[in-house]
Design a protein around this ligand. Structure first.
Ligand code: C5P
Length: 241
């Protein structure tokens, strides 16, 4: 066993609209979370998957994953926390100390191709401490002064698009690096010194580590809004055809 994957799946998914927690919504008749766990398990490098479930849904999620059996893989379910970062930290605590490579993969990215998973693991094995899959942006991006009252937001500047990447998961880490940055984040947060960080590699950057990018894939998109469900169903139908 040389790589483990932690899957934060404790989010409500409110941007998707009302209903069950996002990870339990179905895609092609199978829960999004099951797709995500299967996508990781397809990689020969991944021997263990730890799912961080909603705290009140641990038994339900464990039963669901058992129903959809993943032969040859160790799948464990732990209680997640109030933020994604908490869920990752709690999941990581369930990964044995001797596993050298840890992936963190959003349950909300059910269709990530195995080639992306393998490329991330390979880059960590080749010596990187933190690896993110990423894709170029289709849209031009502008930085604005955010207004919460609906009035037009002034544009501050336009970063050059060719140097921007949209970052996906699984993100891969040397285990001790991921554990150290999450530990440090807890300490700095309690001191009120940590601005919001939206991905695990962001913590590595914040604390002075090196992060590298490997090619991501358009099918590794995050199911966030209702339209993403339509797209995900279409991708799945195309794969099954
Ligand atoms: O909300 P967002 O789409 O950024 O969530 C990304 C991933 O983090 C999802 O898989 C979600 O289930 C997970 N998450 C979590 N615990 C939370 C919030 C989000 O595991 N408290």
């Amino acid at each position: 066993l040389n790589a483990a994957a932690v899957v934060p799946a404790a989010g409500r998914g409110e941007r998707l609209g009302p209903g069950a927690p996002k990870a339990l919504r179905e895609l092609g008749g199978v829960p999004i979370l099951v797709h995500a766990v299967r996508a990781l398990a397809r990689s020969r490098a991944v021997g263990l998957v730890v799912v961080a479930a909603p705290p009140d849904g641990v038994a339900e999620v464990a039963a669901l994953l058992a129903d959809h059996g993943l032969p040859g893989k160790d799948v464990r379910v732990v209680a997640g926390g109030p933020t994604r970062q908490d869920s990752v930290r709690l999941g990581l605590a369930a990964v044995p100390e001797d596993v050298p490579v840890v992936l963190v993969h959003d349950a909300a990215r059910p269709l990530v191709p195995v080639e992306v998973v393998d490329a991330v693991v390979a880059a960590v094995r080749a010596g990187a401490e933190a690896v993110v899959p990423a894709v170029p942006l289709a849209d031009t991006v502008k930085r604005v002064e955010p207004h919460s009252d609906g009035t037009p937001e002034p544009v501050l500047d336009t970063p050059e698009r060719s140097s921007l990447r949209a970052v996906q998961t699984p993100q891969g880490f040397r285990r001790e690096v991921l554990a150290a940055v999450h530990q440090r984040a807890v300490t700095e947060e309690s001191a009120g010194a940590l601005p919001p960080v939206t991905d695990d590699a962001g913590l590595v950057e914040r604390f002075g580590g090196h992060v590298v990018v490997v090619p991501g894939h358009e099918e590794a998109f995050k199911v966030t809004r209702p339209l993403d469900l339509v797209l995900a169903e279409a991708v799945l139908a195309r794969r099954r055809a």
